[in-house]
Structures are given as C-alpha cells and as structure tokens.
Design a protein around this ligand. Structure first.
Ligand SMILES: Cc1ncc(COP(=O)(O)O)c(C=O)c1O
Ligand SMILES: N[C@@H](CCOP(=O)(O)O)C(=O)O
Length: 470
C-alpha cells in the first residue's frame, strides 16, 4: 500500500515512511492510494475479539507489510495494556437508540491515548530499525499534547516539543504537559490560540532545511498513523451494535477533523454507516462550510470545551480531496486561498457528496451546559463538555433515524471539572491513579507566536539534529 499526498506534489510513500514523515513535503496530507474494502463477513469476524486483536486486523491492510504482523501485534498489546478499562473503548447505553463510546480510559484521560499509545510504539520501532532519531513538534489545544508527551516521555530516540495556547487549557491538561521530568520533554506555552500553534508547526514542516536538520516528525492527526489507529473503535463499536447487519450513526465532537475522518475511513472500508455528525462548539467553521459552501476563518472564541476551540481544521483537507474526486489542483488552489485570504469556496458537487454522509451541528454554550445537566439528572451520567456537544448534536441530527447513534465520549469529565461543576453541581474527581498530578512541579517555556523563535528554541534543545544514533 502506497500513500499519496492530497496536493499531488510529493513522492508516494509506504506506511513506515508516512509514519515518520507526518506532513507531506508539499504541505499536503497523506491518504492511501486506494481504500481497502472489507466483506461484511470480515466485519462480523471481529465480534467478541479483544480490542488489540481487532485493531491488528483493521490496521493490517493499511500497514501492508511495512511492519511485520507479529511486531504490530506486540505493539498493540503493549499500547492497550496502559488502559484502565478491560474493554479499552466501552459502550454505555443512555437511551434506547443512544450510546456513548467512552474513549477516555487511557493514561491521560482523553481519546488521544487510543492512537497515541500506538503511535509512540510504532515510531520507536521504525526509528530503532533505521538507527535514527526524530524531533517531534506538535500543536495542542490541550489533549493531544498530554497524550503525546505520555507516549514519548523518556524515549532515547525522540525529543518532543509541544506548543499549547498559554492560559487556554484546563489545569489538568496543562499539568499533564508541564509536570513530566524527562529531559526529552519540552512544553512551550504560546502567546496565542491553537490555530497559531498549528500554523507554527506547519510552517516548521514547510522549512525544508529545518525539517531535514531536526528529522522532524508529527504527532498531530496530520500524521496518517493517528487516523488509522482511530478507525478501529468505529469498527468495534459498530460491530458490537449489530454491524454489518445494521447501520450505525456516529456523532463526533470535532475540532481538527481527525476523529470524524477516521469514521469516514471506516465507512470507505465498507462499514455500514448511516450518518457521521460533525459536532462543533461555537467555533463553527465546519458547520458554516457544510451549510453554505464557504470555508471562512473567523476569530477563535474561548469556550467551556477548549479542546475544540479551533478554526483551521487540518483534516478537512483529506475529506475535500476525497469528495472532489481526488482533485489535487482543487486542493492546492483551496489551501493557497485559505493561506492568503483565510477562506475558500466549495462547489455544489463537492458539497453534495460530503452531504451524502456528513451532517454538521453547532452546539452553543448554553446547550452544552444544559446537556451536561440533563444527562446527569436523567441518566446519572456525567459527560465532559466535549462529549456533551457530541451527544446534543447527535440527538438533533438524527432524531428520526432507525440506526443507533453512537456519540463519542472524547474526554473524562475530571479534565474539565469547572465546566462540569457549573452545569451539574457535581465536581468530578480524577481517578485515584491520576491524583498526584496536582503536587508535581511544573516546567514550561513561555514564547511568542513566532515561528523563528520556536525554531531557535528547538534547535538549541533537540538532541536529534544528528540523524544517526551512536
Ligand atoms: C476532548 C476532545 N474532544 C474532541 C476533539 C476534537 O477532535 P478532532 O480534532 O479529531 O476533531 C478534541 C481535540 O482534538 C479533544 O481533545
Ligand atoms: N483537540 C486537539 C487539537 C489537535 O488535534 P489533533 O488530533 O490533530 O492532534 C488537542 O487536544 O490538541
């Protein structure tokens, strides 16, 4: 299996190379040259398997020999041993047709762990095979950063630099990034928002000299391996609810569009999927784009679901590529227009194809709080604000559908205790194994939203400027 860039001007690579590359050299995102297609019996055969075994089967056609199957199995076993729930991604029924898929039982209490624990081990394996080191630079609105640091802390082969928006993440999120003591971990507090952080990261990838010198690699969902590991839980949860014999809908709290794109990948593999609901907070660029055909960046507003305070949604490029019939020229033109004027237009045909599978719903601050309060009151369930947005949007989007609705629970409520307490009167507690976080000293570097300053900081702290491991 080869992977091609959405912008069509970078070499096609295999899975292991895409894993280390992250972003394509032309600024595009990698997608498989062709989508592997499963028979209904292949989906059915996953029923009752341990999560790591199901993950191996789903991932194998995409890895396609770039990593031996036995090694992949060990990597997946190791990744999911770090989870605090035997099912890894349990389903909880809230109403007859409504389920939540709890993806927050990993070490940093957010869905990012499901892929990041795999990514860390995959990268370590490929770097070891090649005798190489890498410098990881990632942008976070709060959860990716902690999960990535957890996955790479102490690694001999990787230095990790995480850019987060200063003052715009929760205390738990910040502490997950700033308290690890390992020398290879660098938390950088940027004076700006998540989009500023992500723009700096993409700018560093576009600087070819910097990229080569530091052996730059990505942990954001621009990295295909992140998306792939997230495909698995769409498949396992749908199978648990009766797929392939009946379709399932998913409602996905969305920011960078990686998670819901993973749902689309499952659909392209043949998983019977009714609707994919893109659920946003008031930072609703995706809702406006899908409703009006105009993708237009406006200022980011701080909300009680800060991890989704995003306007530039990287993985939307992957969907546009598919919906445009893999039209590289259209993608290049749209992305250049986005860079220059902060907007681009999506034609009717492309919009129509997106609308065949996707719905988009904006959930405002009051509706998010009301949903947390109602679920706590009526079902005794305490969702975090991101999860509440997914649940509220799912209910609105498919009120009349026969298919069960699975809302993705993307974070543990204790990561956002203030918002949950304001809405429900209950302050959620961290699991006991995570409570020492508050006592540890913090270490971070405050920096302006300036690519040159960040690059200089990385160059003076990274060990990976030499490629070979001595
Ligand atoms: C808790 C939480 N929910 C939802 C999202 C949105 O996911 P995505 O960026 O994959 O759309 C994020 C951040 O990405 C998150 O941290
Ligand atoms: N909400 C995310 C934003 C980055 O998303 P990613 O999936 O592309 O890493 C976060 O928590 O950082």
């Amino acid at each position: 299996m080869k992977y091609v860039s959405t912008r069509g001007e970078a070499p096609a690579l295999d899975f292991a190379d895409v894993l280390l590359r992250g972003l394509a050299a032309d600024g595009g995102l990698y997608v498989p040259e062709e989508w592997p297609r499963w028979e209904p019996s292949q989906f059915a055969s996953l029923a009752g398997l341990p999560y790591a075994d199901a993950a191996r089967r789903v991932m194998l056609p995409f890895v396609d020999g770039a990593i031996e199957e036995e090694r992949l199995a060990e990597i997946l076993d190791g990744a999911y041993e770090t989870f605090h729930h035997p099912a890894i991604a349990p389903l909880v029924q809230l109403d007859p047709g409504l389920f939540v898929l709890e993806l927050f039982h990993g070490p940093t209490l957010a869905f990012k762990d499901v892929a990041m624990q795999v990514l860390g081990r995959l990268m370590d394996h490929v770097l070891a095979e090649r005798g190489r080191r890498a410098t990881i630079v990632g942008a976070t609105s709060g959860d990716t950063g902690g999960a990535a640091i957890e996955a790479f802390r102490g690694s001999e082969r990787v230095d990790i630099f995480i850019l987060y928006p200063h003052g715009r993440v929760s205390d738990v999120q910040r502490r997950q990034m700033t308290t690890p003591e390992e020398a290879n971990v660098h938390a950088i507090a940027i004076d700006g928002n998540f989009d500023d952080c992500q723009t700096i990261v993409k700018g560093l990838f576009a600087d070819h000299a910097f990229r080569e010198r530091t052996a730059l690699s990505a942990v954001n969902s621009i990295n295909w391996a992140r998306i792939l590991a997230q495909v698995v839980y769409y498949v396992t949860s749908a199978v648990a609810l009766g797929a392939p014999h009946r379709p399932v809908s998913f409602s996905v709290p969305t920011g960078n569009f990686g998670d819901v794109f993973a749902g689309y990948v499952a659909h392209r593999m043949g998983l019977p999927t009714d609707r994919l609901v893109v659920a946003t907070n008031v930072n609703d660029i995706l809702v406006r784009a899908l409703d009006e055909g105009r993708y237009e960046v406006r200022g980011v507003v701080a909300t009680q679901s800060p991890s989704m305070d995003i306007q530039i949604s990287s993985n939307f490029e992957r969907l546009l590529f598919e919906a445009s019939g893999r039209d590289h020229a259209f993608i290049r033109q749209a992305m250049s227009s986005l860079k220059q004027s902060g907007a681009f237009t999506i034609g009717e045909a492309v919009l129509g194809r997106i609308g065949e599978k996707f719905s988009a719903v904006r959930v405002d601050e009051q509706a998010c709080a009301d949903t947390m309060a109602r679920l706590h009151r009526e079902a005794g369930y305490l969702p975090d604000p991101h999860t509440a947005i997914g649940i509220a949007a799912g209910a609105e989007a498919v009120a009349s559908s026969e298919a069960p609705m699975v809302a993705l629970a993307t974070a543990h409520p204790a990561k956002f205790p203030d918002a949950v307490e304001n809405a429900t009167g209950v302050r959620p507690a961290l699991p006991v194994w995570a409570t020492d976080l508050a006592e540890k000293p913090e270490r971070f570097e405050p920096m302006p939203a300036d690519q040159r300053a960040v690059a200089d900081h990385i160059l003076s702290h990274a060990r990976s400027t030499a490629f070979e491991v001595s």
